[in-house]
Design a protein around this ligand. Structure first.
Ligand SMILES: O=c1ccn([C@@H]2O[C@H](COP(=O)(O)OP(=O)(O)O[C@H]3O[C@H](CO)[C@@H](O)[C@H](O)[C@H]3O)[C@@H](O)[C@H]2O)c(=O)[nH]1
Ligand SMILES: [Mn+2]
Length: 944
């Protein structure tokens, strides 16, 4: 430990009057807290392991501590046993039936069509396996609730030592990522920023960082506009309790804006702010032109000079011929070091310097009230705090020849630069299109982090909720089955997976440390093979009390050896020195005796008023291309590289170290974003996710290689994430089977006998009943469930297959996979919100589902015509094949609709064509195979 830092930190904390007992009491209290936590969060362990030492307080816990009423910040809500018990029972039953069915299938071959039988059995075995992977982690779902009032009480109530009631909440850094202003309109990003700046969290603790991976002047200037508009928007939101605090969404609310508004000047204020917002929008939308003109003007001047030298020419002609400028000029006439409006086609490459601009300076520590609306101020903010959180624009350096590691690389650049500039012990990241919909969201997340045992939580994931999706949600964009069923279920294990946006991280967890007290709990098999409990003796580990606290008391000793830091984190001393501080400030100290009102107040690595040129220079140096060379960034530290779904891997690594995560579903959605409603865009999105999964499967992050700290069911869930794309291979084969059997007159079983049909019935029935119970405990509805099934097949037969191929190409030939951004620029059509839904853009991903559809349609036609033409029509023979064909077609229905484009325009022609085609082929078939001979073939395919 660098003595200089320890001295600095010591000064910050020891001088604080809250710590009357010095570090002694802090560490002691922390130790006690830790013992209690482990019981509180693992009640079953207390009993089974009989580690009564902690429970009985053998370390001499003062009695007043145990008797103190403890008001928790969060609660776990059990799912009613009336739903959960039958659910679990059904899972068991289905498991057994599936086992019996598969054995029966293997034993009863169809000798007439071994190929059909063999293919189908292999597929069924795989489906059974993948169902188990999907189902097992869903056995213990939970719900949770927070108590914001308690949080306020504990952290923001005036006490004798804190008479002003200054907030004791920890610092929070918000990251917003954007990469390409064409696909991610700056107006959307600006609105997201505004919603963050206006969120309800102590301003002096909140910092907002925008990562612009395109390094685009357009984004930069849009952010500057947003920063300036925030001066009006944020106090307005505070004054009138606006919700949501994203102006675009707020002004397009359909409901009455005047409801529940008490202040008399609301009408006037709203009208004014609406006008200001409209002007703001005009400015933002005018930016591309204004930037172009600026740069064109420069080039025009140059060109004209040249032309004048040659001969007299008309000015207008000259301006006409000017090419798009390469260099870009900022409004003040200086040269922009980033890229042009549209960064080079592939946003993940590009070539530009690192740029950091503090757009809103860190605020003062005490409230600053606005004026009375008279002197030039547009609105009356007399009793409103007009301070704004810090806002920083960051564009990491990009040079050819460096792997920039897509979004993960961008996030890591932010982790470092923010460590230098504000070092919030917590970090929340949002995609540019995901805005704060609930101004209390940050506080909700903080309840978990600050609660007892919260120091073992690496992240709090919020569900992704979407706007602007077609009401019938044709392509299951809401993804509710995942967000309300699977994620809730994981919450009952080690915690939800990280899904890339709307996630509150503990900074030290991102730094790759193990959770505190990590040696105490075993992982997967700890319940069966309890390891001897090793309580790290922090007290006996020598040196002075002070350094002990700073050495992250509960962390592993070797881990916290600061001499290894430069190798892991790179050469920035600023950064390295900020790490123990972030750890210390992230601790949930709220319930400690002796530190009554909470945690050490907001000391930052760099006190805000010192955020000077040298700090910014340091921040720039940590976002350079080479900074990560020979460090562990992306390997063990920060967002993990190597997959286009960096999110899943990053969360996985934390669970693998034994960290927990928590799922925070708030009554009012915490955040809201957009999703691609166009079929092609949606397919490309799931293609990227599936490719990421395949990448994970073929990497060291495969859950089969997980550590012992990973619980069994959690491991299965991660295994499922890596394996699901492979199901596509079997799915495609299976989708052709009904057609093949209709063509050949054979079926997957020798005869449709009672046993087979009974098994089929039970398997289908249990699936439906499970779905019903899932719907009950998760709160989704049947339509959402069905849409999910449909899209599972659509994605499964198209994108997932492509993903498997791409993944194999990467493994075998080393071909890198690019991150195709999802377009957020929605429909331009004012009259039709969902115009995007009907745009048909061709992609080769569509080929397999189209072929499946066609072949099945034709097969049905063939089957029918054969039966009609046969001397004694045996309709019953048709049934098996037709039934399964319909099953496939019903799933593909939304896909077919997508191909048809706008309602009523294309369908007729498509129907006519496919109809004609199907009839032609079936007639052909009949001509080749005259029914008189053919009718015998179907003989084996009989009802009992
Ligand atoms: O080189 C890149 C590529 C992407 N991004 C950002 O990453 C985010 C996600 O991209 P998007 O195209 O919107 O992907 P989605 O499929 O909508 O995103 C989901 O899936 C991604 C993983 O594939 C996660 O990163 C996202 O957080 C998650 O919302 C956006 O903010 C981008 O600006 C970058 O910053 N740099
Ligand atoms: Mn997105």
């Amino acid at each position: 430990m660098d003595p200089a830092i320890s001295a600095r930190v010591e000064e910050q904390y020891v001088s604080n009057s809250l710590f009357t007992g010095g570090f002694n009491s802090v560490t002691r209290a922390h130790l006690m807290d830790k013992v209690i936590d482990s019981e509180a969060s693992h009640p079953q362990m207390a009993g089974s392991k009989g580690s009564s030492c902690a429970v009985n307080g053998c370390d001499g816990k003062p009695p007043e501590f145990t008797s103190k009423p403890w008001r928790p910040l969060t609660r776990k809500l059990k799912i009613p046993a009336g739903i959960l018990s039958p659910y679990r029972l059904l899972v068991l039953i289905r498991l057994a039936v599936l086992g019996l069915f598969l054995t029966w299938r293997i034993k009863h071959k169809n000798e007439d069509a071994m190929w059909l039988w063999g293919m189908s059995v292999v597929c069924e075995l795989w489906f059974g396996f993948s169902w188990i992977l999907d189902q097992l982690p869903k056995l213990c779902p939970v719900n949770r609730a927070t108590d914001l009032a308690v949080l306020k009480d504990k952290f923001e109530t005036p006490t004798p030592s804190n008479p002003n009631g200054r907030s004791d909440l920890p610092g929070l850094d918000i990251y917003v990522s954007t990469a390409d202003p064409e696909k991610e309109p700056p107006l959307t990003t600006a609105n997201t920023i505004l919603s963050i700046l206006a969120a309800d969290y102590p301003v002096e603790k909140l910092s907002c960082y925008v990562s612009d991976d395109g390094g685009a002047l357009l984004t930069f200037e849009a952010m500057a506009e947003a920063a300036s508009f925030a001066n009006m928007w944020v106090p307005f939101c505070r004054k009138h309790g606006i919700e949501p605090r994203n102006p675009e969404s707020y002004f397009s609310l359909k409901r009455d804006p005047y409801k529940n508004k008490v202040r008399s000047d609301f009408v006037k204020d709203r009208r004014r702010i609406k006008r200001e917002y409209d002007e703001f929008k005009v400015r933002i939308n005018g930016l591309p032109d204004s930037i172009r003109r600026r740069s064109d003007a420069y080039h025009a001047r140059e060109e004209i000079k040249a032309m004048k030298r040659q001969r007299e020419a008309a000015l207008d002609d000259a301006v006409e011929t000017v090419k798009i400028a390469k260099a870009t000029w900022m409004a003040d006439g200086t040269h922009w070091p980033g890229t042009w409006i549209q960064p080079s086609a592939e946003h993940t490459r590009g070539d530009h310097a690192g740029i950091i601009q503090v757009m809103l300076k860190p605020p003062s520590d005490d409230p600053l009230y606005g004026g009375d609306g008279e002197e030039g101020r547009p609105l009356d903010f007399t009793d409103i705090d007009i301070r704004l959180p810090m806002l920083v624009y960051v564009s990491r350096e990009k040079r050819p020849g460096y792997d920039h590691n897509k979004k993960a690389g961008a996030m890591n650049a932010l982790v470092r630069s923010s460590a230098v500039m504000s070092n919030g012990p917590f970090i929340l990241n949002l995609d540019c299109d995901h805005y704060v919909y609930n101004s209390q969201a940050f506080r909700e997340g903080m309840c978990f982090m600050m609660d007892r045992g919260g120091d073992r939580i690496a992240y709090v994931q919020f569900p992704q909720r979407f706007e602007g999706i077609d009401p019938s949600d044709r392509y299951a964009n809401h993804n509710t089955v995942f967000f309300d069923v699977n994620m809730r279920a994981l919450d009952g294990l080690m915690g939800p997976v990280y899904v890339g946006t709307g996630c509150l991280f503990r900074r030290v967890a991102l730094y790759g440390f193990d959770p505190p007290r990590s040696t105490e709990h075993g992982g997967c098999c700890s319940c069966c093979f309890p390891k001897k409990r090793k309580i790290k003796s922090t007290v006996s580990s020598g040196t002075s009390e002070e350094t002990r606290a700073l050495r992250m008391a509960d962390f592993d000793d070797e881990e916290m050896n600061m001499s290894t830091f430069p190798k892991r984190f790179g050469n920035s001393n600023f950064l390295i020195n900020s790490i123990p501080i972030a750890e210390f400030q992230g601790r949930p100290l709220a319930d400690h005796p002796g530190v009554k009102n909470g945690r050490p107040p907001g000391a930052l690595t760099v006190p805000r008023d010192l955020l000077d040129a040298s700090t910014v220079a340091e921040a720039i140096s940590v976002i350079s291309c080479w900074y990560e060379d020979k460090t562990e960034w992306g390997q063990r530290v920060g967002w993990i590289y190597g997959s286009v779904t960096e999110d899943v891997v990053t969360g996985y690594r934390m669970h693998n170290r034994g960290w927990k995560s928590v799922y925070c579903v708030t009554k009012r959605d915490a955040f809201r974003g957009t999703a691609p409603i166009n079929l092609t865009d949606r397919l490309h999105q799931v293609l990227r996710w599936a490719t990421g999964s395949v990448e994970i499967f073929f990497s060291r992050n495969n859950a089969l290689l997980a550590s012992r700290r990973m619980k069994c069911l959690q491991r299965i869930a991660y295994l499922n994430v890596g394996i699901y794309p492979f199901t596509s291979i079997f799915l495609i084969v299976y989708c052709f089977l009904p057609a093949l059997s209709l063509f050949s007159g054979q079926f997957i079983v020798k005869e449709l006998d009672v046993t087979f049909l009974t098994y089929l019935l039970v398997i289908t029935l249990t699936l439906c009943m499970l779905a019903v119970l899932e719907i009950k405990w998760s709160g989704i509805n049947l339509e959402e469930w069905w849409r999910n099934e449909q899209f599972w097949l659509i994605g499964g037969t198209s994108a997932h297959l492509a993903a498997v191929l791409q993944g194999l190409l990467k493994v075998i030939a080393g071909i890198e996979i690019s991150f195709t951004l999802t377009s957020k620029s929605g429909a331009d059509d004012e009259n039709d919100e969902f115009a995007d839904l009907y745009i048909v853009k061709w992609t080769s991903l569509m080929i397999p589902p189209i072929v499946i559809m066609m072949v099945n349609l034709i097969a049905i036609a063939v089957g029918f015509s054969r039966t009609i033409y046969s001397e004694i029509p045996q309709w019953s023979k048709l049934l098996g094949g037709v039934f399964f064909s319909f099953w496939v077609l019903a799933h593909l229905y939304p896909f077919a609709k997508g191909l048809m484009g706008r309602r009523g325009r294309t369908p007729t022609i498509v129907f006519v064509w496919s109809g004609l085609l199907a009839i032609t082929i079936s007639l052909l078939w009949v001509a080749i195979n005259p029914p008189s001979q053919n009718s015998q073939i179907g003989g084996s395919f009989q009802f009992p």
